[in-house]
Structure formats: structure tokens, C-alpha cells
Design a protein around this ligand. Structure first.
Ligand SMILES: *Cc1c(COP(=O)(O)O)cnc(C)c1O
Length: 476
């Protein structure tokens, strides 16, 4: 029999009570039945995509070679609620509803009066929020008789999510993986292979787009934009293959709103409404997923919840980019979309948050930012890893490097609350775990991670190169 001192017992006891309160769960039946399409509630709807050649607005049919019709309809839909097919919802039950935690440990470590909550999407099979849309997209492709899906992946999160989803529906999956991540993250590649996908480092010699980039720079580290060009080209040139995107597009952002709808319910159960909702920002999908259902309360119920996107200082399209039409990819194969961008041929520095190395932002979030309905800030990678390690030591979960940006922003907010001595309720998206990103943590611990911020000169040079159409003044 161990002999416990009475004070120890008390401490352990009270610790246990608070630990039990940290996790706010939902029942399976509380998984949302619809995706929330914010277009229905936006004061200014996003401008239509343009045909890159004619620069005229394109109709849905122009996207037919790349996407199944059901997804194209969702892309242009103005319906507020889009029913989630039963098959998709059934698959969601494997990991949804995801838990929401009160971060007592982090609050204590920061000695802040703020209440900090986080929604944890790392419990999905692929370890991030990405399967929420991957499963939906694979389902609609399968329904329309598609045999194979081609896609790109940065850090490997999207590729693994789609590989998992394609495997469930018996679809082939061909993944163009940004070369730097392919080299840094061999285990993400093995995950995709395990789920039956073929993984090709990008730029590759298999496509026209890849060959063009390699001719200019044989050592190219690749970028999401380049990998998108390759996957789009594959889908456009093979009738049995369609293309799939893990972020940016309206339908992808809409699929992710299961995250925020659950979080809203969980915050209600906790008896609080957040003052600020924070998510890391790559193309906008996990940010939209968590924040849009809260933003809806601002738009239709007069709430004033601050929705804050956290992007890297090395790829600051929201805070330092321009709002104009640009391509989704590097080579210029996609329709022109109205977005905040640093230019489609901007290649971000090799920071470790691979999922945030993207030049542009989705049209929905771009319009919302332009209309001042959401906010953005930039965080340096060193600050983000400091935040991630503080979080891991206080809460246990090791976050994905992308998520570290949101944690850093949450810590900034918590410190502000401490300075002001005011309570502030903070909710952020812990959009994935970092179990396959330990080489990034290794770089951090060995002092190899450097601060990286674009100089004004670099931003100006990137923007000066943009030759795509401006947003018409009337729409501004
Ligand atoms: C893909 C990814 C991101 C960035 O993409 P968004 O569309 O902005 O969400 C961020 N975090 C994780 C864990 C990701 O996998």
C-alpha cells in the first residue's frame, strides 16, 4: 500500500475533478445534419470566377472536366444549409463528434484570467480536419462514376486524408506532393501508400507543368501552387480522372463547417460564447470550418465575435497581399478567383508549416476580410513553435506546426487579457496533431529554426509581378 500524504491526496483529487471538466463531448446524433453555406448570409457575395483566356465569368459547366456535378453545384450554391448525405455522415461517426477541451493547463501556465478552449480535429484517421471534406468529395466522385482522383499535397495532410477517403470508396488516388515535404516527411508518404495511393514528388517530369518549372529551376523545392498545376493537368487530360482540392474552394470550406457547428454546441454546453475564434490559415478551410458558424451569429444575430485568421509572416497574403483576381495554381491553369494573394508564382520560404505555404486565400474568406467581417494577423515560425511547445507541455497534445500559429495567436490574446486584467473567452482550432512533424520540432529544439519575415521589398516585388485582372472598382 503506498502511503499518500493527505495534502497530496487532496491535490490529486482536485486535479482529477478539473481534468474531468476539461473535455466537452457530444453524442453521435449531435453530428450536424447539414453543412453551413455562408454565402446565404454574406452582405456581399464573392465575385464569380473568370475564364483565364477570355476573362469573362465562367459558368459551372466550365468546371465539369475537373469536378463531379454535385460538387460544382455546391460551389455555386446559395442555399444556407446543404444536407450531408447519410453515407458521409455514417463515415463521420468514426471520429466525429470531435472533442472540445477547456485548456486549464495552458491557462495555468500563462497565468491568465482568459478562458481558453480548443476544438481538436487531430482525432481523425489522417490526424487533421481534412477528412471532413475528403470523405464528402470521394463520395460524390464515386456516385458519378469517377475511377481515380488526382490531387496535390503540401505537408502531406491533404494527400493522406484523400488517400484514406478514396480507399473507403474504392477509388484510385494520385498525389503530387510538394518536393520539400516529400523529403522532410517520408512517413506522410508511407501513410498515403498504406491507404493505397500513388505519391509523386512535385515538380515532376510526368506533366507539362512540372517539366516547365524544372527547366527553370531543377532544384525547385516545389510549392502547393505548382503541385496543383500538375494534378489539374492530369485530371484535365484523363477522362476517368477528376481533380480534388483540399482547401480554398467554396465547397471545401462549406464541408468543414461541421467543425464550427459542433464547437458552437459544445461552447453552449460549457455555458460560454467565445469573444474570439482563432484558426491557422493556409487556404482558409479549417479557419472557415471553425469560424463560419460563429460568424453567422454576427451576421444574423448581432453578436460581435472576433474571427481571427493566423498566417505565417513568411506567407502573409491576408495581412500584406492584395485583393484581386488570381490563379489558384502557379502555372495559371485554374479559373481566376477573387482573392487575397501574393501572386500565383510566389514561392514561400521553406518554413515547417507546409500547409500554410500557399500564395492565396479562398474567395469566401477573401470577401469577408475585404468587408472587415473577419480579421487576420501574421505569426513568425519561431514564435509559433514556442507556443506549440508551451501548449504540448501544458495540455499534452503535440500540435501540427500549422496549428502552432493559432496557438501563438491564442497566447497573444490570453496575455492581452492578463495585461488588462479582464476575462476573455478564446476558442481556437487545434486542427491537427504533429506526430508526423517531429523533424520540425527537432529543428526547433536544435536551434535551427529561424525567424522569417518577408521584407517590404520582397512583398512589393511579388505584388509587382501580378498581371492578372484587378477587382472591378464597383465591386470594392
Ligand atoms: C492543410 C492544413 C492546414 C491549412 O489549410 P487550411 O485550408 O487553411 O485549413 C492547416 N493545418 C493543418 C493541420 C492542415 O492539414
Amino acid at each position: 500500500m503506498p502511503r499518500w500524504g493527505s495534502s497530496t491526496t487532496q491535490t490529486a483529487g482536485s486535479l482529477l475533478v478539473s481534468m474531468k471538466q476539461t473535455k466537452i463531448t457530444l453524442e453521435e446524433r449531435e453530428i450536424p445534419e447539414c453543412w453551413y453555406n455562408i454565402v446565404a448570409d454574406m452582405p456581399n457575395r464573392p465575385l464569380p470566377p473568370l475564364n483565364p483566356a477570355t476573362r469573362e465569368p465562367i459558368g459551372p459547366e466550365a468546371l465539369a472536366p475537373l469536378f463531379p456535378m454535385a460538387l460544382i453545384q455546391q460551389e455555386v450554391s446559395e442555399e444556407r444549409w446543404i444536407p450531408i448525405p447519410e453515407e458521409v455522415r455514417d463515415i463521420y461517426t468514426r471520429w466525429r463528434p470531435t472533442p472540445l477541451y477547456r485548456a486549464y493547463g495552458l491557462e495555468k501556465a500563462l497565468d491568465t484570467p482568459a478562458h481558453i478552449y480548443y476544438k481538436y480535429e487531430g482525432v481523425s484517421p489522417a490526424g487533421s480536419h481534412k477528412p471532413n471534406t475528403a470523405v464528402a468529395q470521394a463520395f460524390y466522385n464515386k456516385e458519378e462514376g469517377v475511377k481515380k482522383i488526382a490531387t496535390e499535397t503540401g505537408a502531406g495532410q491533404w494527400g493522406s486524408a484523400l488517400a484514406f477517403a478514396c480507399q473507403l470508396f474504392g477509388l484510385g488516388c494520385e498525389v503530387y506532393m510538394v518536393r520539400i515535404s516529400y523529403d522532410q516527411k517520408p512517413y506522410r508518404k508511407m501513410m498515403m501508400n498504406t491507404w493505397g495511393a500513388e505519391v509523386i514528388p512535385s515538380p515532376s517530369k510526368l506533366t507539362e507543368a512540372g517539366r516547365k518549372i524544372l527547366a527553370e529551376d531543377p532544384e525547385s523545392p516545389g510549392s502547393l501552387g505548382i503541385a496543383i498545376s500538375e494534378a489539374v493537368e492530369r485530371a484535365a487530360t484523363d477522362p476517368d480522372t477528376k481533380y480534388s482540392l483540399g482547401s480554398v474552394l467554396n465547397h471545401v470550406l462549406t464541408h468543414q463547417t461541421v467543425v464550427g457547428q459542433e464547437a458552437l454546441l459544445q461552447m453552449e454546453k460549457a455555458g460560454e460564447l467565445p469573444d474570439v475564434v482563432i484558426a491557422p490559415f493556409g487556404g482558409g478551410s479549417n479557419f472557415a470550418g471553425l469560424s463560419f458558424p460563429f460568424l453567422r451569429l454576427n451576421l444574423v444575430e448581432g453578436q460581435s465575435i472576433r474571427c481571427l485568421a493566423s498566417e505565417p509572416t513568411s506567407c502573409p497574403k491576408l495581412t500584406r497581399g492584395v485583393f484581386r483576381y488570381d490563379f489558384g495554381d502557379t502555372v495559371g491553369m485554374t479559373p481566376l478567383l477573387p482573392m487575397y494573394t501574393l501572386g500565383h508564382d510566389f514561392v514561400p520560404a521553406k518554413i515547417h508549416a507546409g500547409g500554410l505555404r500557399y500564395h492565396g486565400a479562398g474567395a469566401l474568406v477573401s470577401q469577408l476580410l475585404h468587408d472587415d467581417l473577419i480579421a487576420a494577423e501574421a505569426v513568425d515560425q519561431l514564435e509559433s513553435f514556442e507556443a506549440g511547445v508551451t501548449f504540448a507541455r501544458a495540455e499534452g497534445i503535440i500540435p501540427a506546426p500549422e496549428a502552432n500559429h493559432a496557438i501563438a495567436s491564442a497566447i497573444r490574446e490570453a496575455n492581452l487579457a492578463k495585461e488588462r486584467g479582464s476575462k476573455r473567452v478564446i476558442l481556437f482550432n487545434l486542427c491537427g496533431h504533429g506526430h508526423f512533424d517531429m523533424s520540425a520540432y527537432e529543428a526547433y529544439f536544435s536551434g535551427q529554426l529561424e525567424r522569417h519575415e518577408l521584407s517590404q521589398q520582397e512583398v512589393d516585388a511579388a505584388i509587382a509581378k501580378i498581371d492578372t485582372p484587378e477587382i472591378p472598382a464597383v465591386a470594392q
